[in-house]
Design a protein. Structure first.
Length: 410
C-alpha cells in the first residue's frame, strides 16, 4: 500500500484496510455428522474456503442444507464452526459453537455470514447459545456409549493464586463434579449403598500449592500436595470446599509436575476401568532443568513429560487427558517468546485429548466430555447430518464440499 502523507486515517484504520486485502489463510467449516454411507466419526462442510477474500462492504453468506437426525432424542443440535487446519476434521480447532432447536427428521438450512472484519455469525437457524470457543468440542461428537463396569477419575487442582481466581477454579470444579455425579446417579444400575459410589465411579483429588522456597536455594524437599479420596463424585464436590488458596511464589510455573508424578503412582487406578485425568490449572509445571525462559526448574528434578508418558504407557493405557486452562496473568505485561512457547507446548500435552478454557467453556461442557470418556451416556446436543455424505474433508476448503457463497449488503 502506498500512502500519502496527508492521509487522514488512523494507524488502526490503515492496518485494517491492509488486512482486508489479504485472503483467508485457512478456511472455515461447519462440523456435521457423516452421511449414511460415510463411516467416519465426524464430517465437515466447508463454508468459506482458504483463499476467500473478505468483503469490502456487507457480508459474505454461505448456506448448506443439512438433515436433523430423526432418531435424536433431543431437538437441540450443535453448530460448531471450525478452522480447516490439518487433514482430519476431528482435529480442526473450534472457533465458536451455536446451538439451535431443529425439528427431528426435517431438513434445515444453516447460513453463516462472514463480515469485512473476519467475524462469523449465524443468520439461520436462530441460535440460543454462542461464544464457546476453544480447542475441543464441548460435547461428545457422537452418541455416548452405554457401558457398564468401573471408571476412575483423578483431578489435579492448582491452589496457588489470589482468592478470587482460586474461587473461580474451585467453583468450576465443584459444578463439574456435581454434573458428573448427577449423570452417574441417573444411569446407575440398582441402588447405591451408604458410602458407595454410583455406577462404580471412583474419584480422587490432588490439590497442589507452591514450593515455599526458591528451587535454586533448596536443600530439602517440601511436600506441596494435598490429596483427597477416593470417593464418589458428589463427595469430591464437597471436598473441594476443604481446599484454600495458597500464596504464589513464582508467576511462570507451579508444582504441577509433583501432582503429575503422584498421579502416575496413584494406587487407586484399577485395571480394566475407564480412566480420566483432568488438570485444572493457571500455570504450567516447572521444567526439569533451567531453560531459556523465566521458569525455574523443579527442585526435586521431576519431569512432567515423563510422568505423562508413564501414565499413558504403563500406569493407565488408554487414559483420557482433559485440560481446563485458566488464563494466566502475565505480571510483566507480555509473555517472553520462550515462556509462551513452553506454555503452549505444555497445554498441548495436558489437553492432549480435550482442552477447554475457563471463562469460555462451562462446567456443563466439560462434564459432558468427561462423562462420555468415563463410559456413561450424557445428554448432549447432536450434530446435523450431511445427507450428501461427503467422502473426505478438504484441508483448505476447495472441492465438492464447499458451500455456495453469496454477497449480502447490510
Amino acid at each position: 500500500m502506498l500512502l500519502d502523507a496527508s492521509d487522514p486515517r488512523t494507524l488502526d484504520e490503515i492496518v485494517a484496510e491492509a488486512c482486508h486485502q489479504v485472503p483467508l489463510r485457512r478456511g472455515y467449516a461447519l462440523l456435521t455428522r457423516p452421511g449414511p454411507h460415510d463411516r467416519r466419526g465426524t464430517a465437515a462442510r466447508v463454508l468459506f474456503p482458504g483463499g476467500t477474500a473478505l468483503p469490502r462492504e456487507g457480508e459474505l453468506l454461505a448456506s448448506v442444507e443439512l438433515l436433523a437426525d430423526p432418531g435424536q432424542a433431543s431437538a437441540v443440535y450443535a453448530l460448531p464452526l471450525v478452522t480447516t487446519r490439518g487433514d482430519r476434521a476431528e482435529d480442526w480447532p473450534v472457533l465458536r459453537t451455536g446451538r439451535a432447536r431443529v425439528r427431528p427428521g426435517s431438513r434445515s438450512t444453516v447460513t453463516v455470514a462472514l463480515d469485512r472484519n473476519g467475524r462469523l455469525r449465524f443468520t439461520e437457524p436462530k441460535v440460543f447459545t454462542e461464544e464457546r470457543g476453544g480447542d475441543t468440542l464441548p460435547f461428545p461428537a457422537g452418541p455416548a456409549p452405554h457401558r457398564s463396569g468401573t471408571a476412575d477419575l483423578l483431578l489435579l487442582l492448582e491452589l496457588g493464586g489470589e482468592r478470587g481466581e482460586f474461587e473461580t477454579r474451585a467453583g468450576f470444579l465443584r459444578a463439574l463434579l456435581q454434573q458428573v455425579d448427577g449423570t452417574w446417579r441417573q444411569h446407575r444400575d440398582g441402588e447405591v449403598p451408604d458410602g458407595g459410589t454410583p455406577g462404580n465411579l471412583r474419584v480422587g483429588l490432588i490439590g497442589y500449592e507452591d514450593h515455599t522456597f526458591l528451587p535454586a536455594r533448596a536443600s530439602t524437599a517440601v511436600n506441596v500436595l494435598r490429596p483427597w479420596g477416593p470417593g464418589s463424585a458428589g463427595a469430591a464436590a464437597e471436598a473441594v470446599r476443604l481446599f484454600a488458596p495458597r500464596p504464589v511464589r513464582h508467576d511462570y510455573a507451579a508444582p504441577l509436575e509433583d501432582a503429575l508424578h503422584a498421579a502416575a503412582h496413584w494406587r487407586h487406578w484399577r485395571d480394566g476401568a475407564r480412566q480420566v485425568l483432568l488438570v485444572l490449572a493457571r500455570r504450567p509445571p516447572h521444567p526439569v532443568r533451567q531453560q531459556a525462559d523465566l521458569s525455574l526448574p523443579c527442585p526435586d528434578g521431576r519431569d512432567y513429560e515423563k510422568s505423562l508418558d508413564r501414565l499413558r504407557s504403563e500406569t493407565c493405557p488408554g487414559l483420557t487427558l482433559v485440560g481446563v486452562r485458566q488464563p494466566a496473568v502475565d505480571s510483566s505485561g507480555h509473555w517472553r517468546p520462550k515462556t509462551l512457547e513452553r506454555l503452549q507446548k505444555t497445554w498441548r500435552g495436558l489437553g492432549r485429548d480435550h482442552l477447554f478454557a475457563l471463562g469460555t467453556h462451562t462446567p456443563e461442557d466439560v462434564a459432558l466430555c468427561v462423562s462420555s470418556a468415563l463410559g456413561r451416556p450424557a445428554e448432549a446436543p447432536g450434530l446435523l447430518t450431511d445427507p450428501g455424505g461427503r467422502r473426505s474433508p478438504v484441508p483448505h476448503g476447495f472441492g465438492p464440499s464447499q458451500a455456495r457463497l453469496s454477497l449480502k449488503d447490510s
